[in-house]
Write a protein that binds this ligand. Structure first.
Ligand SMILES: C[S@@+](CC[C@H](N)C(=O)[O-])C[C@H]1O[C@@H](n2cnc3c(N)ncnc32)[C@H](O)[C@@H]1O
Length: 299
């Protein structure tokens, strides 16, 4: 089953931009790179998200700090990989951001980590943080795209990703690359922001514009793709209530820190955020988004 057939709703309209020709994929990657390498985005993630993990959190209580809840997501995902990781084994993190996940995995399991990420600006910060934490001997930060993973078949004991596939213009290809580089018996675990299966994509288009894509995947799309790639068993821990909490929390934090943000970030970007974040809150309130952890094993 192709991504076109299963990914949510209006792909017919979006086919020219989302079906993965090399040209459109390069455009998709350029847009993502430009987004993450902008000073505004970098400072926003630093001021509001803590500059370590940049993904949805799993909250113990509504007012828990975003950074603490985001760290819990890494812990839960790592639990799914625990049987596969130990000193001498290697995990690949796709779309590794500032390296919060890579450092956690290296620290907890003593394993080697390859952190693949499009943004060289983020990668420079990532390498500096690894050196500061004394983990640089375990973590290799590689600049590249998860649409074309620069490793051979069966290279990794595990592959993971936190909230990066939402930026992709060809999610079938990303999953097939992830499965290709896994050793037989290797584990794949990832989180992503998705649309509910019955959400029309046009309902989310203003919401997801900040991600540089027109549509999100759905849980059914990912489960079908993983099964088609021969990963088994495959499961999805549905943590959707946390994405609602997360965007309420993020919106409140952004408003509370508006003065700090305006001092450090361009006014247009702050205005855009204050207009966009409530759309995420509305979308979660209307039950239009899904979020959770996928896990599968290469046979
Ligand atoms: C929301 S951030 C998540 C970062 C990190 N996984 C975390 O949880 O802290 C999304 C990340 O995906 C990366 N990314 C997006 N498209 C990519 C691609 N085609 N190849 C590699 N990385 C990509 C971005 O550079 C960014 O670091």
């Amino acid at each position: 089953m192709s991504e076109k057939q299963t990914e949510n709703a209006t792909l017919t309209e979006n086919e020219t931009t989302l079906t993965g020709t090399e040209t459109t994929l390069a455009g998709n990657e350029d847009a993502t790179r430009t987004y993450y390498e902008s000073t505004d985005v970098d400072r926003f993630y630093d001021i509001v998200w803590g500059g370590e993990d940049i993904h949805t959190g799993i909250y113990e209580y509504d007012a828990e700090p975003v950074a603490d809840a985001s760290r819990r997501t890494v812990e839960r995902l790592a639990d799914r990989l625990a049987g596969r990781l130990s000193p001498g084994r290697t995990v690949l993190d796709l779309g590794s951001g500032y390296g919060g996940t890579a450092r956690y995995l290296a620290d907890r399991f003593g394993c080697d980590v390859v952190a693949l990420n499009l943004s060289e600006a983020q990668n420079e910060r990532h390498r500096a943080a690894n050196a500061k934490r004394g983990l640089d001997h375990l973590i290799e930060v590689v600049t590249g795209s998860f649409h074309e993973v620069p490793y051979g078949e069966g290279h990794f004991d595990a592959v993971c990703s936190l909230e990066a596939f939402c930026h992709s213009g060809d999610r079938s290809r990303v999953l097939s690359e992830a499965a290709r580089v896994l050793k037989p018996g290797g584990a794949l675990a990832f989180t992503d922001i998705m649309a509910a299966d019955d959400t029309p994509a046009e309902a989310l288009r203003p919401v997801v514009s900040r991600l540089g894509v027109d549509a999100l995947a759905t849980p059914t799309f990912y489960l079908d793709q993983l099964a088609e790639l021969g990963l088994a068993p495959v499961d999805f821990d549905d943590h959707t209530p946390h994405i609602a909490r997360h965007y309420v929390r993020l919106t409140a934090d952004t408003r509370a820190r508006e003065a700090d943000l305006r001092a450090a970030i361009s006014p247009a970007y702050v205005d855009g955020l204050l207009a966009n974040l409530p759309l995420w809150v509305d979308a979660t309130g209307a039950n239009r988004l899904r979020w959770g952890i996928f896990h599968g094993r290469r046979a």
